[in-house]
Design a protein. Sequence first.
Lengths: 202, 409
Amino acid sequence: MSKNKLFGLFVCLILTGQAHADQAQLQRGAHVAVEVCNGCHTLKYIKYSDFFKLGFTKKDVDAMRGDKPLDSPLLSQMDPQSELSMFGIVPPDLSLMAKAREGGAHYIYEMITGFYTDSKGQTANRVFPGIKMPDILMVSQADAAGKQAIDAKAKDVSAFLEWASDPQAEERITLGKYVIGYFVVLTVLLYFLKKKIWKRLG
Amino acid sequence: MMSKIIAWVDQRFPLTSFVKHELTEYPTPRNLSYWWGFGFLAGFVLVIQIVTGIFLAMHYKPDSKLAFDSIQHIMREVNYGWLIRYLHSTGASAFFAVIYTHMARTLYYGSYRRPRELLWWTGQGLLLLMMATAFMGYLLPWGQMSYWGAQVITSLFKATPVYGEQIVTWLRGGFTVDDPTLTRFFSLHYLFPFLIFGAVIVHLVALHTVRSSNPSGINLADKDNIPFHPYFTVKDLFGLGIFMIIYMLIVFFKPDFFIEAANNIPANPMQTPAHIVPEWYFLPFYAILRSVPDLAGGVVAMAISVLIFAAMPYLDRSRITGGARYRPVYRAMFYIFVINIFVLGYVGAHPPTGTLKTVGEISTMIYFMTFLLLPFISRWEEKFVLAKGLPPAVEEMARKEIAEAEGNV
């Protein structure tokens, strides 16, 4: 339990709401995930049909899935064996990544934009030293204008991965507001009922 | 019609007299504060855990190859599966929060004192069962923290003399935590809540024999007792409302608060996580374990740190009732103990290096010293408080108890 999480709890207790990525951003992020990440990474808990939840049309989804069935999970384009021999590691599944790292989506954003060229001319990562993933968005070679575009892409895909790790979040929060409302009203009523009943004792 | 049915039942089963005796006419001290409502809350959370657990078990697969995925199946595909799972995972923490408060109230008001020793000991048994249940339940998601937590805790049994290795293998069903461990933990995790339920009934029978303690510490006369229903049913329900608001805030808005990030990575026997941390409710005891340099010593210290509560009726030798209320020194010790528990919890959550290691060692000393000094301090304090003066009813009770004890010698 980090300080971040504690702070988050306090904020939530005050606001009982959480900031949410808008659908357009999630759609852009989904494109990055399918076109870039999915080249090497699997997202086994996300199916192509799940994209309908993000407001994609059948046509959009068909374009994304190619010849794969609609209920197929987003399996990596490469097979794990060749990945292992190429990178020395099977790239981890991304569908829960935003939950599996302290810092969640923010961590993912920092990691994919954390590539730089070190003094020896090698590409390194300031968030994850020794990472085996290549600088896929070419952050370390981009100029200022390029960096800005990459930054936006990184934010989109991080937001998408957060959604992928917890697709029920929106439903949960909407329902949660009613549940809390219900219990607040009930508790207030119980308070007055308690006062009324205890009055009999004088 | 209804009264006819009840009359029929009453001839064959003491239904009406039971309800009267244990609920509608059950005499309860009217001065019980909200601190006395936590036992009811604990019972309520137990029911939540059992009900949500039964539904989770319908969709969960206790197989090391399927377990992790089946949790995601529950989260994503089962209707309101996410809700059932978050109620259950948050419920575990809620259960401990409620029980620890319940215990703190008992310690503060000296409710463990004569004649409530057995009541207190059944509670101690319940705590042990609950810890075992929570520990085994934590393995079931088969995440990295699940796996390595179970690996570390089961390996503690290596400290058993002579048969250490065999016991560890026997517990795990193999040389490491693996599929046999998962299936047996699942089986026992389903069984134990029902043992807890049975033990709760024993706890309640003991409670209804000795009746509730109360904040004044005085054995209240009949005039101060009120029927449990409707007075305490409504008071407990209001307390439940407050509890539910807090519980639901976490379930709906911060459900991952009590779930370690590393537990969203499937268990990998080849890769140890950077820090293996138990759940928050075990942290103080874990800190004690690590503060003793020797494994066997640490395990024994940890076991004693949980079991020592049972000795409270004997460690506390003061005859002054009402616990901390009339006893300034005991009150100070109580607060030091509580603060120290939080310090130990903090230490348990972080790697034991440098200053933190020293802090852990000092806190462990303080933890045990509070208990070990109590027999001496409580007697000294008794003299001091009696000399200083007490409310007449409390003083009378104390003097009577002292005279009785001396008469017996």
